[in-house]
Every structure is written in C-alpha cells, then in structure tokens.
Design a protein around this ligand. Structure first.
Ligand SMILES: [Ca+2]
Length: 448
C-alpha cells in the first residue's frame, strides 16, 4: 500500500465508528471549552515553533487534536475580537470596531440586545460561564451575566494587575456577576480554578465554559511577583519587571499549566470524548512576543496582527495530530458550537461566521468565502491566498486616503507580506468587495 493511501483509509475507519448513528443517539450534547490567550503570537508556543517557551500541555492538546495554520482573530486588538467571538458576526455590526478603553469608554459596550453564543446555548439547556477577561463594557449594564452567561467571575477592562486586579486607569476590576467582588489570587490561577469548579459542578449536564485568560498581556507579572497597582492610582501599565522576556515566559507557562489542569479534569470525569476544547488567541503579539516571522504586530493589519495559534481537540471526532489550513476567524466558533450541538441557528441572527465542523472532522469542506478585517489604521480583504491590504498613515483611520498605501499579496508565496504583486483584476475585485462590506455596517455607530 502506498503511504499516501494509508491515512485516508485509517481516517475512514476512525470516523465510520465515531459517526455510527446508534452511538450518536445515546450521546448527550457535547460540552464546549473555549480557552483564549490574550496577545499570544503565532510563534509563542511550542507547537507553533517557539523554542524559548515550554508549553507541554498546549502541545499535547495539538498532538491529540488539530492545529490551525490559518486561523485569525477578527480584530487586531482585544475588544473587537471578543465581540465577534461571542456574537458570531463581524464586530462592526455590534459597534465594537475599536477597543473599549479603560480611560475613555466607561459607558460603552456590547449591547445586551445582542445575541451571544451563551444566550443560544443557555436556551438549549447548557450551563454557561465566563471566567477571566470580558472587555466588552465597563458599566454593570454590559456585564456578561446580563448577556447569556450564567456565571461570570473576572474583569471587564483590557488588563488588570495580576494580583490586585486594578485596571490601568486605577479602577478596581474583579467581579462576580455584576458586583465588584475582590478575590485573592494570581489572575491566571483564578481563571483555571473557577473553570475547574464549574466543570465539577456541571459534569452531569451539557456546559459551555469560556476561559479568556489574561496571559501574556501586560502588566508583565509572573506568579511569584507582587502587586504593582492600587485603586485610584493610574499607571504602572506594563509592570516593573525589567526582564520582560522572562516574565512573559512565566506567564505563558502558567497559563499552559492551567490548560493541562482543565484537560485533566475533563479526563477525570470521563468527558474528553464528549467535549470540544478550542484554544486560540485574541490577536497577535506586540514587540515582546513572537509572531513566528509574520509581518507586523498587535493592532496592525499585517498577518502578525491577527494570524494566531488555534488548536481544536475532541477525541473521537477530531483526528489526533491533524493540521488544517482552512482560513478561519473568531466569529466561526459560535456557528461551530451550534453545529456540533445539532442546534439550528436562527436565520435572524444573520451570523457572518460559518461552522468549522467539516474541517474539524475532515468530513467535508468549509465553503470558499471572502473575509474582511478593519483594524482602524488598516483594512484587508482575503480570498484564497490573495490578500488585499490598505494601510493608512498614523492618525488616519477608516477610509483610504491619498497618503495610504495599498497592495495585493499572494500569501502562498509571500506569507511575510514583503512584496506586493500585480494582479489588477484580483485587486479590483477585493477592493470592491471590501467597500461593499464596509458599507454593510457603515450606519452602525462604532464605539467611539
Ligand atoms: Ca488582546
């Protein structure tokens, strides 16, 4: 037998067992665990090539499941990606086209009228929770506990002191539901600890657990450091460590340990084969991280701003050690969960995302589509390997101006986006598609 024939045959046998109709009838709805790192770059963990940060638990998750090579955050900064993730739609449709900042957007957020995946899963009998970073509104009226999540413990700003849980504008920021409720502990440990408790409490019913970690976002504090911020005192934004690379490593290592503990808890309760675990990042790394050789950083339209690690693990449904090059976005997770749970999406939701289940199970194809990013200083449209990019000069946001630069890149040959190529027809097609997409949400007031 040719080596090339071996894998498909093995996959066929594997999935014909997994997809047996009688088995499916007896299987309860699957659980979902979404673990999202904050500002983790494409090259920041072992299974994506890092040789400086050991991440054995994430590597094991990838080895037992599927690694994405072309997964992207919807935004290039925190709030926009999170809006797209929870609504399954481009973030501009809910007005979160930019970051909700601690200093200037105290009364801005994701409207509770928006439908989140937690709303839909909750209506379908799921226990739902978010432990960690919300970043979709400071005012309690925007609290996730009002937007479908049965339980919320964590913070609502972009980052808190990992120990005192004070945000960078000096506000106390650790909540239980919509009430400020201080809690002792290192943020990463608290996120994991509440996740473990939630799994224990809900092991006998379907659940959806969203764990948006703080690591490795600044302030750069490892688990053995000390608090640096106090209530009422803005500042100490990045922390006091001078060895930022070491602190960054400690932060990722601690998050990775937490991932291992969550997976072990699922194992202990016999839930692995009925649980989709999905790990991803919310945007690319800044200059302190590693974007794996991609151009650019957090906040930018280049691949380094939004192509991030993503791992899906579901023993029995996702083949171990598999890789996919399907182009996927944060907004795809909502429809993916509905599809996996056998829940029909209400057409009124008008989700922009699509189910990734065909890619995850290797039982089909995710249909070709044109995808879009608008990160303020840059916009892009992507079709296949073609990426049309417009970058505006600093201080100029939104529409291209005479000072902006535009280019078409062939990512199959030039993943680091070094040299634009000539293809006038493709450039015109993507430019027109981008303008049509921008027009589709032009009437929505954005967060600032
Ligand atoms: Ca982020």
């Amino acid at each position: 037998m040719k080596p090339s024939l071996f894998c498909p045959l093995a996959a066929l046998l594997f999935f014909s067992f997994a997809a047996n109709a009688d088995d499916e009838k007896k299987t309860p709805p699957p659980n979902f665990v979404i673990i999202m790192a904050d500002d983790l770059g494409y090259g920041d963990i072992g299974c994506y090539g890092s040789d400086s940060i050991p991440t054995p638990n994430l590597d094991a998750l990838a080895k037992g499941g599927m690694r994405f090579t072309d997964y992207h955050s919807n935004g290039a900064v925190c709030s926009p990606t999170r809006a797209a993730l929870v609504t399954g739609r481009y973030q501009q449709r809910s007005g979160i086209g930019g970051v909700v900042t601690a200093a200037n957007h105290r009364d801005t957020g994701l409207a509770i009228e928006e439908t989140t995946f937690a709303d839909v899963l909750g209506e379908n009998g799921y226990a739902t929770a978010i432990f960690g970073k919300w970043h979709l509104g400071y005012d309690p009226k925007f609290n996730p506990s009002h937007n479908g999540f049965g339980e919320f413990i964590g913070y609502v700003s972009g980052n808190v002191d990992f120990f005192s849980h004070v945000d960078q504008a000096g506000y106390e920021d650790w909540w239980r539901q919509a009430e400020l409720t201080p809690e002792e502990g290192y943020t990463t440990h608290l996120v994991t600890r509440h996740g473990l408790r939630f799994i224990e409490e809900n092991k006998d019913r379907p659940f959806c657990l969203y764990l948006p970690h703080e690591a490795p976002h600044y302030p750069y504090q490892g688990p053995n450091d000390s608090p640096i911020r106090e209530i009422g005192h803005a500042g100490a934004v990045h922390g006091e460590r001078e060895d930022i690379a070491a602190a960054y490593r400690e932060m990722v290592v601690e998050m990775d340990k937490g991932v291992g503990e969550i997976v072990a808890a699922l194992e202990k309760h016999g839930l692995r084969e009925n649980t989709l675990v999905f790990f991803c990042s919310d945007n690319g790394a800044n200059q302190n991280g590693n974007n794996g050789g991609l151009r650019g950083f957090k906040g930018q339209i280049w691949e380094g701003g939004h192509r991030v690690p993503a791992i899906a693990n579901w023993p029995g449904r996702i083949a171990p050690g598999s890789t996919t090059d399907v182009t996927a976005l944060s907004m795809d997770l909502f429809p993916t969960m509905l599809d996996a749970a056998g829940i029909d999406a209400d057409p009124k939701l008008a989700l922009d995302g699509v189910s990734l289940m065909p890619a995850l199970t290797q039982q089909g194809q995710v249909a070709d589509r044109t995808l879009f990013w608008d990160v303020g200083r840059g916009v892009a449209a992507r079709k296949g390997d073609w990426k049309y990019v417009v970058e505006m000069p600093k201080g100029k946001k939104g529409k291209p101006t005479p000072e902006s630069t535009e280019g078409l890149y062939d990512l199959s040959k030039d993943l680091s986006e070094e040299s634009p190529v000539e293809n006038a027809d493709m450039a015109a097609e993507l430019k027109a598609a981008l303008e049509k997409w921008q027009a589709s949400w032009a009437e929505v007031k954005q967060r600032s």
